[in-house]
Design a protein around this ligand. Structure first.
Ligand SMILES: Cc1cc2nc3c(=O)[nH]c(=O)nc-3n(C[C@H](O)[C@H](O)[C@H](O)COP(=O)(O)OP(=O)(O)OC[C@H]3O[C@@H](n4cnc5c(N)ncnc54)[C@H](O)[C@@H]3O)c2cc1C
Length: 307
C-alpha cells in the first residue's frame, strides 16, 4: 500500500472529478485522481455549451485541465481503473487494476455513465457525429435539418416536443411498436411528423454523416442527422452501490446536497448522480463537493486542534 494517507481519492477524471481536484488542490489538500480516461462523450468531435470552451474537443478539454492542475503539487492524476473500495476504520482503501492500493480520508466518485445504444446496425458510425442524444449539446448544429428521431414509449412525445424546437422536419422511428396512445399519435400527425413503426434494418452514412434510414421492408428515408430519446445509460462504476449507496429508478446514485452520500465521507458527482449533467454541470458539482469536503476537513481539524 502507498503509505501516505491521502485527503481525497477521486475516481474518474472527467470535468466533475478534475474540477473537484482543482478546488481541493487550491485548498492544499493531498488528492489523487484515478481515471480510466474513457469519458462518455469521447465519441464526439466538438462539445458545446461550456462558456469559453464552446466547440472544444473532449480531449482538448482534458489536456487543458491536466495542464492547469500541474500548478498544484499536492494533486496527482494517474491513468488507472478503480476496481474496488473498502471501508476500514473510517478510511477508504482503494484498489486499482494496476495493483495500486491507496488510503484516503474521503472519496469522490465521478465515474459518469456509460451508454449502451439501441442495436441498430450503423448507429455506432454516426453517434456523436450527426446523431446525438442531447439537443443542448448538438441541436444548434442540426437546426432545420431533416432529422430522424429514435425512441418509443412514454418518453417519446416529450422528447419529440423538445427536438421540434430545433427542426420541424422530423420523422420518428420507433423500430417496432411505438408503445404510445392514439392521442399521442394524433398529436404527431397534427404537427406533420411521420411515425414509422416498421423495424429499422440499418443506417447508411459516409464519414459519420447520416444519409438514410433503412427499413426491413426495403423502404428508405433521407435524413442528415438525428437524436436518440434514450442512450441506455448505465452507471460507469458499480462500486458505490456495493458500498451501499442507493440507486433511483433512473439508475442514478442518490445523494444529498453537494454530492454527499449516505456513507460518511463518500461523495458522488456528475452524470453518476444526474444522468446527463453536461460538462459545465459536472464541473460545477465538482466545485461544490470540493468546497463541502474542504469545509468538513476544516471543521474536523479545528476540533482535533490540528489547525
Ligand atoms: C455523444 C455525447 C456528446 C456530448 N456532448 C456534450 C456537449 O456538447 N456539451 C456538454 O456539456 N455535455 C455533452 N455531453 C455530456 C457530457 O459528456 C457529460 O455530461 C459529462 O462528461 C459528465 O461528466 P462526468 O465528469 O460526470 O463524467 P465523464 O466525463 O464521463 O468522466 C467519467 C470518467 O470516469 C472514468 N471512470 C469510470 N469508471 C472508472 C473507474 N472505475 N476507475 C477510474 N476511472 C473511471 C471514465 O473513464 C471517465 O474518464 C455529451 C455526451 C455524449 C454521450
Amino acid at each position: 500500500m502507498d503509505t501516505d494517507l491521502l485527503d481525497v481519492v477521486i475516481a474518474g477524471g472527467g470535468p466533475g472529478g478534475l474540477n473537484a481536484a482543482l478546488v481541493l488542490g487550491r485548498s492544499l489538500k493531498k488528492v489523487m485522481v484515478i481515471d480510466e480516461a474513457h469519458p462518455r462523450n469521447e465519441v464526439t468531435i466538438k462539445s458545446h455549451g461550456f462558456l469559453t470552451r464552446d466547440g472544444i474537443s473532449p480531449t482538448a478539454l482534458r489536456q487543458i485541465a491536466h495542464e492547469e492542475l500541474k500548478t498544484y503539487k499536492s494533486v496527482t492524476v494517474v491513468k488507472d481503473v478503480v476496481e474496488d473500495v473498502e471501508r476500514h476504520n473510517g478510511f477508504f482503501i482503494t484498489k486499482t487494476k494496476n495493483g495500486k492500493i491507496v488510503k484516503s480520508q474521503k472519496m469522490i466518485f465521478a465515474t459518469g455513465m456509460k451508454d449502451h445504444l439501441p442495436a441498430i446496425p450503423g448507429l455506432d458510425l454516426v453517434y456523436g457525429k450527426t446523431v446525438f442524444h442531447c439537443p443542448y449539446c448538438d441541436g444548434w448544429e442540426r437546426k432545420n435539418e431533416p432529422l430522424a428521431l429514435f425512441g418509443s414509449g412514454a418518453a417519446l412525445l416529450p422528447f419529440v416536443k423538445l427536438i421540434f424546437n430545433w427542426s420541424k422536419d422530423l420523422i420518428v422511428f420507433t423500430n417496432g411498436p411505438a408503445h404510445i396512445g392514439t392521442e399521442e399519435k394524433q398529436q404527431l400527425d397534427q404537427h406533420g411528423i411521420q411515425l414509422v413503426e416498421t423495424p429499422v434494418s440499418g443506417l447508411q452514412s459516409t464519414d459519420g454523416k447520416l444519409e438514410k434510414v433503412l427499413l426491413e421492408t426495403g423502404e428508405t428515408f433521407n435524413r442528415t442527422g438525428g437524436f436518440l430519446a434514450s442512450t441506455g445509460e448505465r452507471q460507469g462504476s458499480a462500486i458505490p452501490a456495493r458500498l451501499g449507496v442507493p440507486v433511483n429508478d433512473r439508475n442514478e446514485y442518490e445523494t444529498g446536497s453537494h454530492g454527499q452520500t449516505n456513507i460518511n465521507g463518500l461523495f458522488i458527482i456528475g452524470d453518476a448522480k444526474n444522468t446527463f449533467t453536461s460538462l459545465i454541470g459536472a464541473a460545477s458539482q465538482g466545485y461544490e463537493a470540493a468546497v463541502k469536503i474542504n469545509g468538513d476537513f476544516a471543521a474536523e481539524n479545528w476540533d482535533k486542534g490540528l489547525t
